[in-house]
Design a protein around this ligand. Structure first.
Ligand code: MRU
Length: 353
């Protein structure tokens, strides 16, 4: 049983698992240029908020090696141009801009171009390693919250292949497996691109976790018929008031959880919070090509030329969220205290306040 990985940095090379080919083909593609990294993110070869941040960070560091100037100011200028290009590859997940922002600030203090190039790689590596630790810690907190629960529903893929390792919403299932704790996971297929059917089902099967696939429209019936006890999903951006953008269909599940009176949990690292935005109405929502809805793969299903609306994400208002599980602890968005105060109230491991 294995927990699959999506972004691998080895021997100074960047390889990503091409998630468009899953589950039929497991293929790691080596990315060498800035354009290839941009394309891989845009086409969802690499996807999931933390994973695109990590891939973009390595991509920026790789591209920086090719800038053959010894003028540090000019070097910083080139890196900033590359950074803006990568950030534009997908708009909704804030982890992308956050990771790239960390690299750009890292070279503010570099004295030489050589030093700057080395520091960019170091920072990308740090972001990857911190994400793995964050996901493990999210898994620990989520296991506690799900203590008495067995049957849990999820949507999209907020798993190991959407992060450095373990995932966010899927972390408790991976950690639970390591400890002999059995969950029954119900995965919504996640139209239009089937991240649930293709990726979550594959990932959990690889790890030996019990998983059952349903279509998105079966969620309401399944909660009642199978006695689902909780819903847990990932996030692409969480605003200061706790509103949360995640894969399209998440809001449906939050409303269902509310109607059924079961908990609805968001699992996300601190890097997914965007405290500069007050509410979810300011989150940019990516709209994707009509063919993703009008066709399934290469098979056209709607009449040619059909008008399509294809938002890739929706926003769940904080009032429908029972708790947000982060690496720093569990936040209750509907508490008296603000999200920011709760986020920084709990010291993370090894940190003292
Ligand atoms: O369009 P995708 O597949 O990148 O969407 C991914 C999601 O919505 C995930 O739930 C989110 O990024 C969290 S991943 C830990």
């Amino acid at each position: 049983m294995t927990i699959p990985l999506s972004v691998i940095w080895k021997d100074e090379q960047l390889a990503i698992l091409d998630q468009r080919l899953l589950p039929q083909t497991v293929h790691y593609e080596t990315l060498e240029t800035l354009e290839q990294v941009h394309e891989a993110i845009f086409q969802l070869k690499v996807r999931g908020a933390p994973a695109i941040g990590i891939a973009a960070a390595y991509g920026l560091a790789l591209a920086a090696r090719r800038h053959h100037t010894i003028d540090i100011d000019l070097f910083r200028h080139y890196v900033k141009q590359d950074a803006a290009y990568l950030v534009a590859s997908r708009p909704t997940a804030v982890n992308l801009a956050w990771a790239i922002g960390r690299l750009v600030s890292r070279i503010d203090q570099s004295r030489t171009v050589e030093q700057g190039k080395a520091q960019l790689i170091e920072e990308a590596q740090l972001i990857r390693d911190e994400d793995e630790a964050a996901c493990r810690s999210i898994g620990e907190h989520a296991l506690e919250l799900l203590a008495e629960k067995e049957k849990v529903m999820t949507i999209c893929n907020a798993g190991s292949i959407a992060t450095a390792k373990y995932g966010t919403a899927l972390a408790p299932f991976h950690l639970g497996k390591e400890r002999g704790r059995e969950f029954e996971v119900y995965a919504c297929e996640t139209r239009p691109l089937f991240q649930g059917a293709r990726l979550t089902v594959w990932e959990l099967q690889q790890a030996g976790v019990d998983v059952t696939l349903i279509t998105d429209s079966m969620a309401a019936h399944t909660i009642g018929a199978k006695g689902i006890e909780a819903i847990i999903v990932g996030a692409d951006r969480i605003t200061a008031n706790g509103d949360t953008a995640n894969k399209i269909g998440t809001l449906n599940l939050a409303l269902l959880a509310h109607a059924y009176g079961i908990p609805f949990y968001i699992a996300a690292p601190v890097s997914t919070f965007d405290l500069s935005l007050q509410t979810g109405s300011s989150i940019p929502i990516e709209e994707r090509a009509a063919e993703e809805v009008a066709a399934i793969g290469t098979q056209q299903i709607a009449p040619a030329g059909t008008k399509v609306f294809n938002p890739a994400f929706d926003v769940t208002p904080a009032k429908y969220i029972t708790a947000i599980i982060t690496e720093r602890g569990v936040i209750r968005p509907n508490d008296e205290q603000t999200i920011e105060a709760q986020l920084y109230a709990v010291p993370s491991k090894g940190e003292t306040i």
